[in-house]
Design a protein around this ligand. Sequence first.
Ligand code: FAD
Length: 453
Amino acid sequence: MVRQNDLKNKNELTWVSWNNNVQHGYTHHHTIKKETELTNIIRHTSGKVRVYGSKQSSADIAAGTDSLIDMRRYDQIISVDDFKKQITVQSGITLKTLITTIQSRGWSLPCLPDIDTVTLGGALSTGTHGTGRDGKLLSEYMVSCRMVMADGSVRKIQKGEELMDAARVSLGLLGIFSEITLQCEPVYTLHLKEQPMHDDQWLAEYDDLLENNDFTRILWMPHTDHGYVILGNKIDPDTPVKHNPGPDYLKHRRAVSRMLYKYTTKFPFLTTIANKIIYKLFFTSKKESKGTLYDATVTKSRSGTLELAEWTIAKSRFDACFRELKAALDNKNNAAYVHIPMDIRFVKEDNSWLSYAYGEDCVTVGCVTRDASSADDYKAFEVVEEIFLKHGGRPHWGKRFEAKDAELSKLYPKWEDFKSLRAELDPEGKFLNPYLTELLDVKKVAKNKNRAA
Ligand SMILES: Cc1cc2nc3c(=O)[nH]c(=O)nc-3n(C[C@H](O)[C@H](O)[C@H](O)COP(=O)(O)OP(=O)(O)OC[C@H]3O[C@@H](n4cnc5c(N)ncnc54)[C@H](O)[C@@H]3O)c2cc1C
């Protein structure tokens, strides 16, 4: 996969993603603080334009156009409705600022990703999600928004309108999220218990675990036959809980993993040994704690970058898909030496056109390399994609995958509707970069339209 576009033609300035793996030249750059600035730029830009947030997507979706708009200073809280527990914010706000603000009011967003440095606009656009029995994509908590359209006009979109179902997860292709109103819920305290479990056991029990716990997350570890199962249940905040964070050295897990996997880049077969060491050191002790969903489960700092892929599969097809995945990744004869852990999470069905959970509850499975610079040679991305595609799995929009229109059109019942709506709302393709053009096969849409005419 080409991760850098032709920089020599545009040697003025370079946009670089957080892990350096996506780089693009550009000619015009804008930082906005007001909606009117956003509408004016969009209205008066004759060429193509993309907006970006924290640049933390692995997919090439945030730049690649001559004009770029940085949304990160468009980050204010606009209003709070205490009666409805709703908050309206500008879309460049980070999840950290958003969640600490609502938590200080005694509210929560009940399903959170494992990162808080991303912007709300970026997170919504890519279908960012967490896990839980009732957990949904973050964008499902959006009850209304103001969207800046390709002609620079602003449309207010409300929950219940069909356009909202299309817009919730739309990669900035239908318009740019400006102000967003989110429905919050009362904050709650989770009692978390974490322990290793043999693959045979968690595979037999995950449905019951999901049903019987408010929070379920499984960190799966190829080459060890184990997953590390994290379960959480809501408790009264005053309930005493024996705090057991495990041995002190656990805090070095990411740094040790990075060091070990650095060597396995040169000698991939050593990954099996590295995985066993990391499992033994960091995933065999039991832990217990309590805290809010945000305080107790979201990672607040990372020692370095990653390159991420993530695939999702309808819960009804997870078993078959996972068994094939495990067989492939554990097989010593394949070159897909995958870094641990692989994050398994659960998301509730919804109606958003490009949601992974459109029409069916789904299970998500992460795949990362801790050495982002060698991501192009990381075979596991290919093996995982091949297996998930075979089982009808859907890729995370913000992460790395190769599938394009031909495959995606089979996976999303509303794919063609989304493409038609995009062409109607943005007929000049103002919000398209080369990657997104190929992803949607936009030329084909134009050709089909001509044929129909
Ligand atoms: C370490 C790490 C952990 C992660 N954990 C999770 C996780 O737990 N769950 C999960 O689902 N994902 C996770 N992700 C993926 C991440 O949430 C998404 O890639 C997210 O989009 C990144 O947000 P950003 O602000 O960096 O957006 P960017 O990468 O800057 O942009 C993403 C997309 O959103 C568009 N966009 C940005 N702002 C707007 C706007 N205002 N209106 C319209 N479009 C906009 C951009 O054009 C681009 O297409 C993780 C990523 C990393 C690096």
